[in-house]
Write a protein that binds this ligand. Structure first.
Ligand SMILES: *Cc1c(COP(=O)(O)O)cnc(C)c1O
Length: 353
């Protein structure tokens, strides 16, 4: 008999179902791969990699670029295998037996899993019926439970709404514990709170190349915090945890990040267009979004998801473990053509045509 550690049995799995849909709008990925010009330069760069060497130089190059862009020192940046690895390590650094991690709910489903993996006690904090986070109650709760780590996802996945930078500052300045700010979708919102890092030693900001920069395949993310914080979090990483292929690709993408501005703008415009169209459908409720996806609530969400699945369109349906997301579907933005098709299928379905 294989003697696994006990807590592994109770460990939940990430509940996303992955498949190669014809129209894949279930995982908030960028619907387009890299812009051709960027792709060409990435491939050239990859052709010149020293495969025999550990990834020191490429790690440094990317850190240097990011630090320069945010006007912080290099020692304030850490890279991770997606922001997933950053989040996992931050949970690890502040977690442990008997320690407390608080995060909003509904939010990114992985927070619960990372809290479990870090053997910490998890405190999900309920968003209100409009999925807004009540800042004062959150502060109160963080203090009340005496949390070691509090999390904010801004804008929030899967609900799409966002706090203002002032609201985030209100939270960070009124709590003693570490505050992890997950900004996976911030490029579609436009208001990052990273500059608060200078002022607040308890703030950690996590960002990713996976969403706005269409690099989900490469698994690259980063965090910004004060130097003392990054020095401690860095202890939780294995040496050479980033691979040179991903680092080199991300380095080019970051150099050429202006090339992504038009497509980010297009995604935002599409989000607004689709939001307005969905709002016209009385049969469903649509939530305003600052991201690259839209959340809807519809009585027959399960049937609609199944119908879409059958015609090879993937959207995200929330079922088990998320009672407040009952009958909700999350749809990420595709190209205009893809969005029109998804929209017309939804429209016909809900109007019984
Ligand atoms: C997608 C996502 C991430 C992590 O993505 P990576 O690919 O690991 O960078 C983190 N947080 C939220 C809220 C996300 O939606």
């Amino acid at each position: 008999m294989l003697n696994y550690r006990k807590d592994l049995n109770e460990m939940p799995s990430y509940d996303g179902v992955e498949r190669d849909y014809r129209i894949k709008v279930n995982a908030n990925e960028s619907t387009l791969s890299l812009p051709p010009l960027v792709e060409e330069r990435v491939l050239n760069r990859l052709a010149n990699i020293s495969f025999n060497r550990y990834p020191n130089e490429e790690y440094d190059l990317l850190v240097e670029q990011i630090a320069k862009n945010f006007s912080v020192s290099k020692s304030q940046i850490l890279l991770g295998g997606g922001s997933s690895e950053i989040i996992e390590k931050v949970f690890h650094a502040f977690g442990g037996n008997g320690r407390k991690i608080i995060y909003p709910q509904p939010s990114f489903s992985m927070y619960k899993i990372y809290a479990r993996a870090a053997e910490a006690q998890a405190f999900p904090f309920d968003l209100d019926e409009k999925f807004d986070l009540d800042v004062d109650s959150y502060i109160k709760k963080i203090r009340e439970v005496n949390a070691d780590l509090a999390v904010i996802c801004n804008p929030n996945n899967p609900t799409g709404n966002a706090l203002t930078v002032a609201q985030i500052e209100e939270i960070v300045k009124n709590v003693d514990c570490a505050l992890l700010l997950d900004e996976a979708y911030v490029e579609f919102y436009g208001h990052s709170a990273f500059s608060l890092v200078k002022k607040y030693p308890n703030l950690i900001v996590a960002r990713t190349f996976s969403k706005a920069y269409g690099m989900a395949a490469a698994r690259v993310g980063y965090m910004i915090a004060q130097e003392d914080v990054t020095r401690m979090i860095n202890k939780t990483f294995m040496p050479y945890h980033m691979n040179t292929l991903s680092l080199a690709a991300a380095d080019i993408v970051y150099q050429m990040r202006d090339e992504f501005v038009p497509r980010i703008q297009m995604t935002v415009a599409e989000r607004q267009r689709i939001f307005e169209q969905l709002k016209n459908l009385r049969e469903l409720e649509v939530f305003p979004s600052q991201t690259n996806f839209i959340l809807i609530r519809y009585e027959k969400a399960a049937q609609l998801q199944e119908y879409l699945d059958n015609i090879n369109i993937g959207v995200r349906y929330f079922s088990a473990g998320a009672p407040s997301l009952k009958n909700c579907l999350r749809i990420s933005m595709g190209t205009r053509i893809e969005n029109d098709e998804v929209l017309s299928v939804i429209k016909n379905f809900v109007q019984g045509k």
